[in-house]
Design a protein around this ligand. Structure first.
Ligand code: FES
Ligand SMILES: [Fe+2]
Length: 419
């Protein structure tokens, strides 16, 4: 059985990525154990989605179905969304409110702490059948995860070894969450997107500011993002998470036209929008940053693209498929005009978004093309080789090497230590 350890890693700075890591079924299974059930915090949901007792959402951590609910004491708990009887998915709805969770199959019912409370026909009928007298209902509980919240963002882990969430996130990520979640949020809606590619290709994509104005013509042409703007990347100490940030209006159109001269017309000064309101940034933070892409290992992205705010959750569906789950939000103190503006700008992203549609396509293009290239490697040298560190420029893909360095730690070094 191939393992991540047995892959060929030709350089020790992760400037070469073995394509087999995106393709192999056994490695995918190993990732579910070592990463998604390992010592990491996975993004689950926003607390604002489940404000009241009994509110629940269903989601996935890797490919494990998970049920998240708010208990009577106000605490949030998360469980494997699997009935303890014979394993049926317990909740099928995306979200709702319930005082008990009752399985569709044979109606075993669990309370909000995951405790089994009721089994229909437990005593059989007319003294015959049912559960044996020594069956202890109290001993049956849903399999739970540890849950922690930071600024209303809920994370869960299956491992007792996982460090406290605040340490896992680190200073830079906490600062970005403090920045965006600086006041109560209100939910604006959801989108879902199937992408036929490996989940790590999406993680690569969001840690790659270099593609932002080459793949995305809309960004380059209308100046929402260009690598010529002021900006950079910031990671945590272990380089597993990243924040790419940039500031609109800090570059010059004429100079940019020259900088883009060698490209296939991704930046065309001749284009204008009939209604430019979608490009408008109503500044709402103390800094001048107009775009941030925050990536938290292994399954979360949060964006601020001007006034469009959302989280994106990466759910794995096998080595060759992922589902992205988009949650859009604004603030409770937004007026109607601002809400409409955010909804208008939501058209930039999501499955059919003027920018994000291309990311899904890029992931699929890579996955299709490397499918029979298990022994080949991708080149990750833009921004430089060697040291992985924060920097204040945008023609870079160094955070991708950060992602893979931590991936390697979890999948190879820790695996070797455990062996
Ligand atoms: S599988 Fe859930 S009640 Fe039987
Ligand atoms: Fe992109």
């Amino acid at each position: 059985m191939p393992t991540a350890m047995s892959l060929e890693w030709p350089t020790d700075d992760f400037s070469r990525i073995p394509f087999a890591a995106y393709l192999d079924e056994d490695i995918y299974v190993e990732e579910q154990e070592r990463i998604f059930r390992g010592p990491v915090w996975s993004y689950l949901a926003l607390e604002a989605e489940i404000p009241n007792t009994g509110d629940f959402i269903t989601t996935y951590v890797g490919d494990t179905p998970v049920l998240v609910n708010r208990q009577r004491d106000g605490q949030v708990s998360a469980f494997v969304n699997r009935c303890m009887h014979r394993g049926s998915m317990l909740k099928r709805e995306c979200r709702g409110n319930a005082t008990m969770h009752t399985c569709l199959y044979h109606q075993w019912a669990y309370d909000l702490t995951g405790q089994l409370r009721a089994v229909p026909f437990a005593k059989g009928h007319m003294g015959r059948g049912g559960l044996p007298p020594d069956f202890d209902i109290k001993s049956v509980k849903l399999t739970s995860m540890r849950v922690e919240s930071y600024q209303g963002v809920l994370f869960g882990t299956f491992s007792d070894e996982t460090e406290p969430l605040v340490d896992y996130l680190g200073d830079n990520v906490r600062a970005e969450l403090d920045r965006v979640f600086n006041r109560p949020i209100s939910l604006l809606g959801y989108q879902r997107q199937r992408i036929l590619g490996n989940w790590k290709l999406y993680n690569d994509n969001v840690r790659d500011p270099n593609h932002g104005a080459l793949l995305h013509m809309f960004h380059a042409t209308f100046g929402l993002y260009r690598p010529t703007q002021r900006g950079g990347v910031k990671m945590d100490d272990r380089h597993r998470h990243n924040i790419s940030y940039s500031m609109m209006g800090t570059s010059d159109d004429d100079a940019d036209a020259e900088a883009f001269a060698g490209t296939q017309k991704v930046f065309d000064k001749g284009f204008r929008l009939e209604d430019p309101s979608m490009l408008q940034y109503d500044k709402e933070y103390p800094d001048d940053v107009s775009l941030t892409i925050l990536s938290i290992f292994p399954n979360m992205v949060m964006q601020q693209i001007t006034n469009s705010l959302c989280t994106r959750q990466i759910q794995t569906r096998g080595p060759g498929e992922l589902e992205l789950y988009w949650t859009y939000f604004g603030y409770t103190d937004d007026d109607e005009k601002m809400t409409q503006h955010r909804l208008n700008q939501a058209n930039l992203v999501g499955p059919g978004g003027l920018i994000s549609m291309e990311d899904g396509e890029a992931v699929e293009m890579v996955h299709r093309a490397v499918k029979r290239e298990q022994d080949e490697h991708g080149i990750v040298e833009i921004g430089g080789k060697g040291e992985i560190a924060d920097h204040d420029y945008l023609v870079t893909e160094i955070p991708i090497r950060g992602f893979w360095s931590y991936y390697y730690e979890l999948m190879c070094i820790e695996a070797e230590q455990a062996a």
